[in-house]
Design a protein around this ligand. Structure first.
Ligand code: ARG
Length: 477
């Protein structure tokens, strides 16, 4: 997403702390070095500069409209903030550790640029509602970017599924060959998962989209604010109703982290399949050079590093969720400095989930399929045993449990002879169940097995084709 393009710099060597310009009025000596060290957050929260400036501009506009500050001061503030924004974007701004966080860095730069008027920006505002607003805007931007990224993944999966509506492969349970399916059907399963991930994004966005701005430190303010106006300026649906809740709640961040953790589970499962399928033992797919890495000692190796990293990075996504849940648990209302720890897990999940979903999209579009190998293994390991049992039920009216028993005996017989089920002779079959007829062979071919799975949501190519059409309508707008 846009936020990741350029990381603003921070002054490399922190000077010894001096008395804080913003809150140091009653202090006669500087904080201990270690207090400054544990307190400083600008190294990471500078990532919020866009949202911070956007929030401040909305606040300044509103203050002028409400005649809390003059139009002239508001104009100076807004112009100053815009010049700071462009300096940060072009890399001409140095964030200072001594100024603690992104908010005070920007306000202090504003003071340097426009003088006294800068001091009026913080009227009827606190860093508590400011940071809550910034982080909501940041998470909202991230959710929007993820909606697009997961749609791109769905598009890639659907494209590959369309190519492989009729490509036979073994379906697995317990990673043991179970019944034949098609590769198209298998890939479409991940389209559904990504669809629910996107639904979670939409739900989270709706709940997140209320403005904390104007809650001030915790109690609201005596100034005649127009919170509807700032909410509207920032694209929020409404101002939050309770000032304590507005500054104290981070469940919007937890919902984002939950979404990220669950989406990471889905990506890790697809990644695991790719690792398996690209191995020599499976031999189902092959990645091009663009998505393979070599080994410095074993010249023959083609490693699926990207898939392994998608699988591996799910760990930090779960950790980030656990980290913020633990930070927030049992915090008394309203703001507590503990909550400064909310940002790094969120930033980390945004950055890593984005690279994972994009890499996965690249891999899905890249792999080539060894159809023969897939089809061959779909006809091995008695994947058609259920088709035989179903035939016994349908044609001979055996109770399913008896059909299961008869089929198991036939599998045992075939295993002993080193044959597939369809390679047994009719005589051999009739020795196990005398009523079996020749037309049993019509259900034993892999393709027929797959074609017969026409129940809603099943793997028959006709069904997969209509599932693809539905998915395009639903997801690819
Ligand atoms: N850097 C702080 C944070 O991220 C900003 C809010 C500070 N508020 C305060 N009351 N000290 O939470």
């Amino acid at each position: 997403m846009k936020n990741d393009t350029k990381k603003p710099k921070t002054s490399a060597t922190p000077k010894s702390p001096s008395i804080n310009q913003m809150w140091g009025g009653q202090f006669s000596s500087a904080p201990a070095d270690l207090l400054a060290k544990i307190n400083v957050s600008v190294g990471f929260d500078k990532q919020l500069y866009r949202q911070d400036i956007r929030g401040s501009i909305a606040h300044a506009k509103m203050l002028a409209r409400q005649k809390i500050i003059t139009e002239a001061d508001a104009k100076a503030i807004i112009d100053g903030l815009k010049s700071i924004l462009s300096d940060i974007e072009s890399g001409d701004f140095t964030f200072q550790d001594a100024l603690e966080d992104v908010h005070m860095n920007i306000e202090s730069a504003l003071k340097e640029r426009i003088g006294e008027a800068a001091g009026r920006l913080h009227t009827a505002r606190s860093r508590n509602d400011q940071v809550a607003t910034d982080l909501r805007l940041y998470v909202r931007d991230a959710l929007d970017a993820f909606d697009g990224a997961f749609m791109a993944l769905q598009r890639a999966l659907i494209k590959r599924a369309e190519e492989h509506v009729g490509t036979l492969m073994p379906g697995f349970t317990h990673l043991q060959v179970a019944q034949p399916v098609t590769l198209g059907h298998h890939l479409m399963a991940y389209v559904e998962m990504a669809g629910r991930d996107r639904h979670r994004i939409r739900d989270a966005r709706k709940r997140l989209n209320e403005s904390p701005l104007g809650a001030a430190a915790l109690a609201g303010t005596s100034f005649p604010l127009d919170r509807e106006f700032t909410a509207d300026e920032l694209g929020f649906d409404a101002p939050m109703s309770n000032s304590l809740d507005a500054v104290a709640s981070r469940d919007f961040a937890l919902e984002f982290l939950s979404f990220a953790a669950i989406a990471a589970v889905h990506l890790s499962r697809l990644a695991e399949e790719m690792v398996n399928w690209s191995s020599v033992q499976f031999g189902f797919i092959r990645f091009s050079d663009a998505w393979s890495t070599g080994s410095s000692i074993m010249p023959q190796k083609r490693n699926p590093d990207a898939a392994e990293l998608v699988r591996g990075k799910s760990g930090r996504m779960f950790g980030n969720l656990m980290s913020l849940l633990t930070t927030m648990k049992a915090l008394p209302l309203a703001y507590n400095k503990d909550m400064q720890e909310d940002k790094e897990p969120v930033f980390d999940s945004v950055e890593n989930l984005m690279v994972c979903v994009q890499a996965m999209t690249g891999m899905v579009l890249d792999f080539s399929v060894n159809k023969d190998k897939m089809e061959e293994s779909a006809s091995e390991a008695y994947a058609n045993a259920t088709d035989l049992a179903d035939w016994l039920v349908r044609e001979l009216k055996l109770p399913f449990r008896d059909a299961h028993h008869v089929t198991a005996k036939l599998v045992k017989l075939a295993t002993g002879k080193g044959k597939k089920l369809e390679e047994l002779s009719l005589k051999e079959m009739q020795a196990v169940e005398s009523k079996i007829r020749k037309d049993v062979f019509s259900v034993l071919a892999t393709i027929d097995s797959v074609k017969s799975r026409t129940s809603f949501g099943g793997t028959a190519p006709a069904n997969v084709r209509s599932a693809i059409a539905e998915a395009k309508k639903l997801y690819l707008k």
